[in-house]
Ligand binder design. Structure first.
Ligand SMILES: CC(C)(COP(=O)(O)OP(=O)(O)OC[C@H]1O[C@@H](n2cnc3c(N)ncnc32)[C@H](O)[C@@H]1OP(=O)(O)O)[C@@H](O)C(=O)NCCC(=O)NCCS
Length: 278
C-alpha cells in the first residue's frame, strides 16, 4: 500500500534491500515468491481463497515478458510513475496478475478482460468462468499479494512495517476511538506492529466492501493488539455487521504484515503452491 507515501512523504523502507527481493524469504519458507511454472490447480472451491505472494522486483528478462501482456490503458498508468522502480513494480504486479488470471481462465494473459468499477475496484469482464472469479491485489515495498476466490467479495492488504514520522497524527486521523484506546495500551516495542495490524485490517475491509475511501475509516473498529483475535468489532456501532466478515492475519515476509477480509464461509487459505495457510 502506498497511500502513506503519497500523503505523508516518502519513508525509506526499514530495510532497503527488501526492494531487491532475496530477503523477502525466511529460511525454510516454502511460500513461493513468484508464480510457479504451472497451476493453479483449478478455481478455488467455495470455502477457499488462494493467496499468491510475488516479488515486484523481477529480473529484466521477466520484466520484458510481463511488459508484453499489459493493455494500452495500463501503459498509460506506467507512464505516470516518475521513478523507474515504481514503473517496474506496477508492470510486475499487473503483469503477474494477468498471467495468474489467464491460468485460472485458461486464456492468454493479454486477453484477460479487466475493468475498474466506479470506486476503482478492479474486476474481470465477461461471462462464464470470468464471472465466477473474484480477486484483490495489494503491494508494498518490493512485495505483492494477490487473493483469488470464487466470485465472492474479498479484500487484501499488505504493508511493509516501517518507522514513519507523525505516526500518532496518522492514527488520530484515520483510526476509530476504540482503536486509539487500544493503541494507547501498546508499548514502544509493540506499537508499530499494532499500528500496521490496524491499518492493514481496515484497508482489507474497505477493499472487500469495494468502497475505497468512500467509506469513512472511523465508522468501524478492528482489533489490533497482539492477544486479540483478528476481527472487526463493529461497523457503525453494530457488532453483527462486523461479525458478517472474517479477518485473516497474514505474515507474508520478514518486515511485512497483511490482512485478508472475506465473507464467513471462506475459511480456508491456500498458498500458490497449494499448501494451507489456515
Ligand atoms: C486504493 C485503495 C483501495 C487502496 O490503496 P492502497 O492501500 O494505497 O494500495 P494497495 O496496494 O494495498 O492496493 C491497491 C490495489 O487495490 C485495488 N483497488 C483499487 N481500488 C479498490 C477498491 N475500491 N476496492 C478494492 N480494491 C481496490 C487495485 O487492484 C489496486 O492496485 P492496482 O491499481 O495496481 O491494480 C484505497 O483504500 C486507498 O487509497 N487507501 C489508503 C487510505 C489511507 O490513507 N488509509 C490510512 C490507513 S487506515
Amino acid at each position: 500500500m502506498h497511500i502513506q507515501a503519497r500523503h505523508f512523504g516518502e519513508p525509506e523502507p526499514r530495510n532497503p534491500q527488501s526492494r531487491t527481493g532475496p530477503d523477502l524469504q525466511r529460511p525454510g519458507d516454502s511460500w513461493p515468491l513468484d508464480l510457479p511454472a504451472s497451476g493453479p490447480d483449478g478455481t478455488p472451491d467455495s470455502n477457499t481463497v488462494d493467496v499468491w505472494r510475488v516479488s515486484l522486483a523481477p529480473s529484466s528478462e521477466r520484466l520484458e515478458h510481463l511488459s508484453a501482456v499489459l493493455a494500452p490503458d495500463e501503459w498509460i498508468r506506467v507512464d505516470r510513475y516518475r521513478f523507474v522502480r515504481d514503473r517496474q513494480a506496477f508492470i510486475a504486479a499487473r503483469g503477474l496478475l494477468r498471467v495468474l488470471l489467464g491460468r485460472y481462465l485458461d486464456c492468454d494473459p493479454a486477453a484477460v478482460g479487466l475493468h475498474n468499477d466506479q470506486n476503482g475496484k478492479p474486476g474481470l469482464t465477461g461471462d462464464g468462468d470470468a464471472a465466477q472469479i473474484s480477486f484483490n491485489v495489494s503491494h508494498s515495498g518490493g512485495l505483492g499479494l494477490i487473493a483469488v476466490a470464487q466470485g465472492t467479495p474479498i479484500g487484501i492488504d499488505l504493508e511493509e512495517v516501517r518507522e514513519m514520522s507523525g505516526l500518532d497524527s496518522i492514527a488520530q486521523r484515520f483510526f476509530s476511538a476504540r482503536e486509539m484506546k487500544d493503541l494507547a495500551l501498546t508499548t514502544d516495542s509493540t506499537c508499530l506492529d499494532a499500528f500496521f495490524r490496524c491499518w492493514t485490517r481496515k484497508e482489507a475491509y474497505l477493499k472487500a466492501r469495494g468502497d475505497g475511501l468512500a467509506f469513512p475509516l472511523d465508522r468501524f473498529d478492528v482489533s489490533l493488539l497482539p492477544d486479540q483475535e483478528p476481527r472487526i468489532w463493529a461497523v457503525d456501532g453494530d457488532p453483527s455487521a462486523g461479525q458478517a466478515w472474517r479477518v485473516h492475519h497474514l505474515d507474508p515476509a520478514p518486515g511485512y504484515l497483511g490482512a485478508l477480509v472475506t465473507p464467513l464461509q471462506l475459511s480456508r487459505l491456500r498458498r500458490g503452491d497449494g499448501s494451507t495457510i489456515e
